[in-house]
Design a protein around this ligand. Structure first.
Ligand code: PEP
Ligand code: MN
Length: 245
């Protein structure tokens, strides 16, 4: 799953969707409602952003995944998206999980950066309990005292992949973009995600990564993404993992 942090322009979403599709991505991600640390920064384009993503996804025939932040926006987001992203910060917002589940849309539940596996699976259970079993989980880095870079807050938890697979049937994808928060590290960690048995990956890809409206330090460009996917498939094959086409 690849795409920009946020939908910015129609050109940007279509171009990125084309690059993602060409490289072999099976889903397009992009934000329209953004959970920003500071209220004074770009908050996403709202419905306009959803339209940009929908059009780009339709053009290249990729399903889209986008975050919904608030139950008030749920109907609107569901009109446009194929899959709902529940972000790290909402992982234990239990009435919200229930409301999202009731839409019966496929859901990607990101792990809160302070959540144990037990907390995460408890949250997943709120969704399953509504009879919505179209659920995938997404590891996106956990908070630790040392992340090896003074500007970053998270460390990728690769160990959670086999730990989850040992006790749950739910598919897990890993997001090395938010976990590393640092573009130069995304390819090597993405490779580790495949090797450790992750069922998928989600990465931020942008036409001009340094100019991305959100998360400009972590997005990778089309070229890096394309060559990375080729390597990921090789690693998948070497590890006997089904890597699709
Ligand atoms: C995102 O995927 O853009 C995002 C905000 O992720 P998280 O909820 O993991 O911080
Ligand atoms: Mn982001």
């Amino acid at each position: 799953i690849a795409g920009p942090d946020s939908a910015e322009t129609q050109e940007q979403t279509i171009e990125t969707a084309l690059a993602a599709k060409e490289a072999g991505s099976t889903g397009l991600r992009g934000g329209a409602f953004k959970p920003r640390t500071s209220p004074y920064t770009f908050q996403g384009m709202g419905e306009e952003g959803l339209k940009l993503l929908r059009k780009a996804g339709d053009m290249v025939e990729l399903p889209i995944v986008t975050e919904v932040l608030d139950v008030e926006d749920l109907d609107l987001v569901c009109e446009y998206t194929d899959m709902i992203q529940i972000g790290a910060r909402n992982m234990q917002n239990f009435p919200f999980l229930t409301a999202c589940a009731k839409t019966m849309k496929p859901i990607m539940l990101k792990r809160h950066y302070g959540a144990s596996l037990r907390d995460w699976l408890g949250a997943a259970e709120y969704i399953l309990l509504e009879g919505n079993n179209k659920l995938i989980l997404c590891e996106r880095g956990v908070s630790v005292p040392h992340t090896h870079r003074s500007t970053s807050r998270f460390l990728i938890d690769l160990q959670v992949v086999p730990a989850l697979q040992e006790i749950s049937h739910l598919p897990i994808v890993v997001d090395p973009s938010h976990a590393t928060f640092w573009r130069p590290w995304v390819p090597s960690l993405a490779k580790a995600c495949v090797a450790v048995g992750s069922n998928g990956l989600m990465m931020e890809v942008h036409p001009k990564p340094k100019e991305a409206a959100v998360d400009p330090l972590q997005a990778i460009d089309y070229e890096t993404f394309g060559s990375l996917v080729i390597q990921l498939k090789e690693i998948g094959k070497a590890c006997n993992i089904d890597v699709g086409n």
